[in-house]
Design a protein around this ligand. Sequence first.
Ligand SMILES: Nc1ncnc2c1ncn2[C@@H]1O[C@H](COP(=O)(O)OP(=O)(O)OP(=O)(O)O)[C@@H](O)[C@H]1O
Ligand SMILES: [Mg+2]
Length: 381
Amino acid sequence: MFNLFSLQPAFGLDISDLSLKLIQLQKFKNEIKLYASNEMSVPAGYIVSGVIKNPEGVIELIQKTIKTSLGNKILTSNVVVSLPETKTFIKLIEISQVENKKLKKVIKEEISRHIPLTNEEIYFDWQIIKKITKNNEKKIQILVGAAPKNIVDSYTDILKKAGLTPQVFEIEACAIVNNLIQEKNDIPRIILDLGASRSSLIIYNNRTIQFSISISLSGEKITQKIAEKLEITLAQAEKAKKICGFDEKKCEGIIKEILEEYFFELLEEIKRILIFYKTYFSFHGTFKEMILCGGGSNLIELDVCLSKQLGLEVKREIPWIFKSQCFNHKKATWKSLISDFFFWPLFSKKIKSCPFSEDKFASFATALGLALRGIMEAEEQ
Ligand SMILES: Nc1ncnc2c1ncn2[C@@H]1O[C@H](COP(=O)(O)OP(=O)(O)OP(=O)(O)O)[C@@H](O)[C@H]1O
Ligand SMILES: [Mg+2]
């Protein structure tokens, strides 16, 4: 791969167990636009829980994803890549104020209290969030991210062999937050990413990620359960899941019944995580908002069911960079329909410039965040 047009920002590549997703963004004047995108399925067994088991196969798929990109050709080798969520660690920690030269050592000690790996086995990075005074003691809040060296090294190796130059390895929660939240206010938020092979929950408060945690639910697990219970093929089960979701009027409510078992497990897990956050992070506020992303968030009426049970607003978000280009026409009211009618030329122009549907925005949440980081890196140079 060559860097003929190094003016092109790095593209984002979301490497998951079951899919590769590519996004490249470009800045035109003051607006960020989608420049290229692609998605490729990864055959089962190539990547297992984030560990690359078939390097040659993954390299070939990466090259194919780049070569067949939709929209425009990718003419840069620079890439921003996500690290597997289940293998990484991100948390806001609080340490007593120390001299700068001692900071690294203190952070190292703190990390070793959270992950079952030695300091020699991980790469880590940190960002000072703010200095605070607690019980008359001066403290520093630091967002710490860590990833196992063997994972990062194996990803570096395959990316280089695919002709790429990894510019940044991003923790998935950071990519998702970059994509979904343009901070203007201090609303505490829960972000639930429901993927094919894994899911995770991110707690966001005080304008920073507090932590992210894996959740046992996955889209694949649900499809398998539907196939098992109804004695149908996986392809049929996948179709039934997407068509019926939680809608009790569809599929005679059978799919809803199967989904409910997982739904209540998910609810319990979310409630446990919130109690953990309140207890160990001394959080005294309340969450009013949950943002859903990942392909699994497209499950029909999942937002309604979660909202009812958790007592908060649950929604999918259009990435902040696309808000001016896309109308959020989810809730059509008489008023909005009338105003859309009168402002049709403006409305249709907006729809045309919106690059993705809401469903696609949800499943490309990580890739979009990575590509946005690519733009930020290019601006810093
Ligand atoms: N309309 C829908 N209803 C229900 N589930 C859906 C719908 N659309 C997609 N999904 C599910 O979303 C999952 C794919 O989501 P996503 O693309 O976020 O996963 P991924 O990034 O490939 O995997 P992961 O993040 O777990 O490694 C699949 O399990 C698919 O069945
Ligand atoms: Mg994913």
